[in-house]
Design a protein around this ligand. Structure first.
Ligand code: COA
Length: 183
C-alpha cells in the first residue's frame, strides 16, 4: 500500500485529500474525531505496544467531548493514528497532550508530529504544551524533542506524576513542558 505524502488536514473536504494523494496512492488525512471514531482510537492504543490502554469509554468521551483538541489520522478509511488531549480548565492556554499513537504500518513519517501540529495550529490560544512520558519511551521523547526543535521552542522536564502517586506500581511519568512555539 502506498501512503501519500500529501497529508490533508482539510477534514471537511475529502476531495482535497484525494487530489493531494496522487494517482495510486492511499490518501492520508487528519481531522478531528467524532464519537464514531472512538472505538478505532481505542484499537490503535491497544495495538500500539507501549501505551496505557484506557477504557473504551474514555476514548468515546475524548472523541465526543474533546474533539477540538484531539485528532485522528486516516489512511484511506482506516484510523492509523491519534492524538488526545485537552486545554487545562484552570489555564486554557496550556494544552495537556494525553496520548499520541501511530499504527506500525504508518510509522516513520513523523505522523505524530503532524497530529500535534494539527491541534496546535488550529488553536492559536494555546501557548504551551505539556505531556508526561516515561523515562524509557525513546520514540515518544524523540517526537516531542523534534517537534520542539522544529518550532524553536524550549522543552524542559520537571517532576510530573511520581511513582508514589500511582496505586498500581505504575512507573513515574515526568512532565515535559514545551513553550515558546508561538514566537
Ligand atoms: C511515538 C510514536 C507515536 C511515533 O510515531 P511516528 O510519528 O510514526 O514516529 P517516527 O517513526 O516518524 O519517528 C519520529 C522520531 O522518533 C525517532 N524514533 C522512532 N522510533 C524510535 C525509537 N524506538 N527509539 C528512538 N527514536 C525513535 C525517529 O528516528 C524520528 O526521529 P527524527 O524526527 O529525529 O527523524 C509511535 O512510535 C507510537 O505510536 N508509539 C507507541 C505509543 C507511544 O509510546 N506513544 C507516546 C506516549 S503518549
Amino acid at each position: 500500500m502506498t501512503i501519500s505524502d500529501g497529508t490533508s488536514t482539510t477534514p471537511t473536504n475529502p476531495a482535497t485529500a484525494d487530489a493531494a494523494a496522487g494517482d495510486g496512492a492511499t490518501p492520508l488525512t487528519i481531522r478531528p474525531p467524532t464519537v464514531d471514531d472512538g472505538g478505532a482510537m481505542w484499537r490503535v492504543a491497544r495495538d500500539s505496544g507501549s501505551l496505557d490502554l484506557n477504557s473504551s469509554y474514555s476514548y468515546l468521551l475524548l472523541a465526543d467531548h474533546f474533539s477540538a483538541t484531539c485528532r485522528i489520522a486516516l489512511l484511506g478509511d482506516d484510523v492509523v493514528g491519534f492524538v488526545t488531549g485537552y486545554r487545562l480548565p484552570a489555564d486554557p492556554s496550556r494544552y495537556f497532550l494525553w496520548q499520541v499513537a501511530v499504527d506500525e504500518r504508518a510509522r516513520g513519517r513523523r505522523l505524530a508530529g503532524r497530529l500535534i501540529d494539527a491541534v496546535i495550529d488550529e488553536q492559536p490560544e494555546i501557548t504551551s504544551l505539556v505531556t508526561t512520558v516515561t523515562e524509557d519511551n525513546a520514540a515518544s521523547r524523540r517526537v516531542f524533542r523534534r517537534w520542539s526543535e522544529d518550532r524553536d521552542a524550549t522543552l524542559t522536564e520537571v517532576s510530573g506524576f511520581e511513582a508514589h502517586h500511582f496505586p498500581d506500581g505504575h512507573e513515574a511519568e515526568p512532565l515535559l513542558v514545551i513553550e515558546g512555539f508561538r514566537n
